[in-house]
Design a protein around this ligand. Structure first.
Ligand SMILES: Nc1ncnc2c1ncn2[C@@H]1O[C@H](COP(=O)(O)OP(=O)(O)OP(=O)(O)O)[C@@H](O)[C@H]1O
Length: 208
């Protein structure tokens, strides 16, 4: 179980974006996180992935504090704009090789998402949908226990969006990975998630 408890976070000296927020994600579950633009969904995802240290509160992964876990990250975050997450000077084959744990073979999930013809191309030589599939594969090859998908299909057309989510749901079924689908699109979440939770997810906030 991924458990974020009493999370407080802000950017610099700005207002509190998270103020006592709680969120849980179980293995094998696709949970939707809905909220309007700017409410703090991405901030929460970054805290749960260990990329933004909360001012207060804890993130626990299967019983251990996230900060204490060494080795490959058990919680992977995938973002909306794959081109920003990839080195533009690396071909796709290298992007995936660098992510894959040492000695690991290409996985089934990777093969489903990525075509070998793309390996010799640079990120700018793929379409947005293809690049997001690579980005997702790159997170999945590390075999995370939990995947936080932050608006991963927001810039894709409906068919490509459906395909991406069908790949992800297959992976969830095979590996019992927990997925948090973060979006401001209620209809998308209704289609892909087992359950949808809404911001603010907080106890009555105690500010200050
Ligand atoms: N690096 C940053 N520095 C300062 N403020 C930030 C930073 N990142 C986000 N914010 C602010 O924190 C608030 C929450 O942002 P966040 O990106 O978490 O919201 P969101 O719900 O994911 O929004 P969206 O759906 O538009 O992506 C916003 O008011 C945003 O302007």
């Amino acid at each position: 179980m991924l458990i974020g408890t009493d999370l407080w976070a802000r950017h610099g000296r700005g207002p509190w974006i998270l103020a006592g927020h709680h969120l849980t994600l179980a293995p094998g579950e696709v949970r939707g996180l809905f909220g309007p633009s700017g409410c703090g969904k991405s901030t929460l995802a970054a805290v749960l992935a260990g990329l933004h240290v909360p001012a207060r509160g804890t993130v626990e992964v299967d019983g251990a504090a996230l900060a204490s876990i060494a080795g490959p990250r058990p919680v992977q975050l995938v973002l909306q704009h794959p081109e920003r997450a990839m080195n533009p000077r690396w071909k796709i084959g290298r992007v995936l090789d660098e992510a894959r744990p040492d000695g690991a073979e290409r996985s089934l999930a990777e093969g489903d998402l990525v075509q070998s013809a793309w390996f010799d191309r640079y990120p700018h030589e793929l379409s947005g949908g293809e690049l997001q599939r690579v980005n997702l594969a790159r997170a999945l090859v590390t075999e995370p226990s939990y995947l936080l998908a932050d608006e991963i299909s927001a810039s894709l057309d409906a068919i490509t969006q459906a395909l991406l989510w069908s790949h992800l749901r297959d992976h969830v079924a095979r590996r019992r990975m927990g997925v948090l689908a973060v979006s401001h699109d209620r209809a998308l979440l209704a289609a892909v998630a087992d359950e949808v939770v809404e911001f603010p997810l907080a106890r009555p906030a105690l500010r200050g």
